[in-house]
Write a protein that binds this ligand. Structure first.
Ligand code: HEC
Length: 160
């Protein structure tokens, strides 16, 4: 047996381990990624689909994140305090503030009209986004709502 042949099994074993490991970690990464997106699509059944959340993530980062934060977490903890000009900072939309008190129809209306007509700072998106993209943006921030928040939202009207 040459020196090299002695090592072949070892090399194969190392390769197998390496490939095996690699597969494993990819799988973990994939399931971590998909669980981040589907995190709250369990029960009760949500009104939106995962592709809507994925599209919404892009719409949100391009149009909303600058004020509401990239994960809809808001940019300030003092969102209940008026600014010097009398308007309010953008609230979080991730379930920690008031957004869950508003039905889908009302949330859509806010996105359509913004707040500028009422002395607020949010611009209207009626002519900026397609209807599908408005719904996707809402789906995206609702994907951060936990089960209780979503149930509470259904209770106050939700999708009706
Ligand atoms: C220029 C900053 C700004 C941008 C951009 C913006 N918002 Fe807002 N948003 C606000 C502010 C400020 C409010 C509070 C009402 C107001 O003052 O206009 C608000 C309120 C809201 C509310 C109501 C929340 C509640 O608890 O009642 C929703 C829903 C919302 N925004 C969604 C969005 C979505 C979706 C986008 C992107 C398509 C977006 N906003 C883009 C600043 C912004």
């Amino acid at each position: 047996m040459t020196e090299l042949m002695k090592f072949i099994p070892l090399i194969l074993l190392t390769l197998a381990t390496f490939v095996g490991c690699n597969d494993g970690s990819e799988e973990t990464q994939q399931s971590a990624a998909s669980s981040a997106v589907t995190q709250n699509t369990g029960s009760p059944e949500r009104w939106y689909s995962q592709p809507q959340v994925e599209r919404g993530s892009q719409v949100f980062s391009e149009n909303c994140a600058v004020c509401h934060g990239d994960q809809a977490q808001g940019l300030t903890e003092n969102w209940k305090q008026r600014l010097d000009d009398g308007s309010f900072p953008a609230p979080p939309l991730n379930g920690s503030a008031h957004a869950w008190h508003h039905s889908l129809a009302l949330l859509t209306e806010v996105v359509e009209k913004g707040g500028t007509a009422f002395g607020g700072k949010m611009p209207p998106f009626a002519d900026v986004l397609t209807d599908d993209d408005k719904q996707a943006a809402i789906a995206y921030f609702q994907s951060f709502w936990d089960e209780d928040t979503y149930l509470g939202w259904l209770d106050v009207g939700g999708v009706d």
